[in-house]
Design a protein around this ligand. Structure first.
Ligand SMILES: Cc1cc2nc3c(=O)[nH]c(=O)nc-3n(C[C@H](O)[C@H](O)[C@H](O)COP(=O)(O)OP(=O)(O)OC[C@H]3O[C@@H](n4cnc5c(N)ncnc54)[C@H](O)[C@@H]3O)c2cc1C
Length: 382
């Protein structure tokens, strides 16, 4: 594993850091408070190319490698986990199935559409009755002349209310189990699609999370990704691809809280001294530094294995599971460094703690990651 970043990776990391510090830090507190979806920020994210980092160079994108995507993700999350989540859900999670299962014509069509018209996408897998047990989904795709009719409700969908293209999973027949699941690309303007409830959330309040309702939506056959019945494999591979990015989100969120806590510890005085001179505070900071560094190495390892075309599913789940828990631990401790002021919205650190909780829930909860890791290790996989 090469720990030297390339020139291009360093340049993109730096650009993302500047975006986070100049465009996010000054305003995210107010948007979070009012629970407003900040369209202006997302427009800027799109204009800089950061919102489309998943589009390969051959289709007009920047062609950023997997570790580079992780570094950008980490830096945007250091600024705001809500904005970073929306970015990852659109340009990585929702477009990974295109990389994994689309033919060349489909890639050309959907990547171009994303760059030229759609801007944001959403990945529609979860349903009210199918969360961790997502193989038990009820959304159906019934075959008809020239395509399929989709019916069902997807819930908790990041960008669900604002995306212009949806990647959706549905079953031909529930009795077929996961072998009946198909993946589709669906245009937001298709007749029969509506946006249901928008969630009022504890954290990541700058991201849109909504229900998407499919009521007799016709989807042409050419929008199906891969063969009939391969949707489950596409979904599982997609989660393998995106879990290192969730780990990168976690590292960025923890790093943001840590940054603010270090600065505060140097200026806050008690007993006539900066609180950074007290060993108890130093140890909170040192533990956080060790946690963040370990998390960074875990997601770098998963990225390195993928870029070397080696199996990385186990490394991806280890990174996602560990980093999600780590971000919760670190952000809680950074609130502690601030004392009472950490509990107040006057300072940015409580937002990091509220935001961090989602990292233990989406893309497979911390419990589900442990189930995956245990199953893999008992099969002898690294
Ligand atoms: C803000 C937000 C954004 C999201 N974005 C998206 C998105 O863009 N696209 C999408 O498709 N989904 C999205 N999700 C959905 C998310 O992936 C699910 O919420 C998650 O997978 C958990 O499913 P659930 O909420 O139904 O919980 P449940 O599956 O009901 O789990 C409840 C509890 O039971 C535990 N549990 C469940 N099964 C087991 C088991 N076998 N063994 C041990 N413990 C178990 C879980 O760990 C959890 O603690 C999002 C969710 C949120 C909150």
């Amino acid at each position: 594993m090469d720990l030297n970043y390339t020139e291009e990776q360093l340049m993109m990391k730096d650009m993302a850091r500047k975006f986070a510090e100049n465009e996010l830090w000054p305003v995210v507190g107010e948007y979070d408070d009012k629970h407003i979806y900040p369209e202006d920020i997302y427009e800027k994210l799109f204009d800089t190319g950061l919102a489309t980092i998943g589009v390969p160079a051959e289709f007009g994108g920047a062609g950023i490698d997997f570790l580079g995507q992780g570094l950008i993700t980490e830096e945007i999350a250091r600024g705001c986990l809500g904005v970073a989540t929306a970015m990852v859900a659109s340009t990585l999670l929702a477009t990974d199935p295109i990389h994994i299962a689309a033919n060349d014509d489909q890639k050309q069509r959907w990547f171009t559409k994303m760059l030229e018209e759609d801007k944001f996408a959403a990945f529609c897998l979860t349903e009210p009755g199918a969360g961790s047990d997502v193989g038990g989904m009820s959304t159906t795709c019934k075959k008809t002349d020239g395509g399929y009719i989709l019916n069902g409700v997807k819930c908790f969908i990041t960008n669900g209310g604002v995306a212009n293209q949806y990647t959706i999973f549905a079953t031909l027949d529930k009795k077929l189990g996961v072998k009946g699941i198909c993946a589709f690309m669906v245009d937001r303007n298709s007749e029969g699609i509506s946006v249901g409830k928008t969630e009022n959330k504890l954290g990541i309040r700058l991201s849109n999370t909504a229900e998407v309702v499919f009521d007799n939506v016709f989807v042409p056959e050419e929008n199906r990704l891969g063969e009939e019945g391969t949707g489950w494999m596409t979904a599982m591979k997609t989660l393998d691809w995106s879990r290192p990015m969730i780990a990168a989100l976690a590292v960025g969120c923890a790093q943001g809280a840590f940054h603010h806590a270090v600065e505060y510890s140097k200026i806050r005085t008690q007993f006539g001294k900066p609180i950074s001179s007290f060993q108890a505070v130093q140890f909170l900071l040192a533990d956080a530094a060790m946690d963040i560094e370990a998390g960074r190495l875990l997601y770098h390892k998963a990225c390195a294995l993928k870029m070397d075309k080696k199996p990385f599913s186990q490394a991806a789940s280890i990174a996602k599971g560990w980093c999600g828990d780590m971000a919760m631990r670190v952000t809680t401790d950074m609130v502690q460094v601030f004392g009472g002021y950490g509990y107040s919205k006057e300072y940015p650190v409580e937002k990091y703690m509220r935001d961090a909780k989602i990292l233990q829930i989406y893309e497979g909860t911390s419990q589900i990651q442990r189930i995956v890791v245990a199953a893999n290790l008992l099969k002898g996989l690294r």
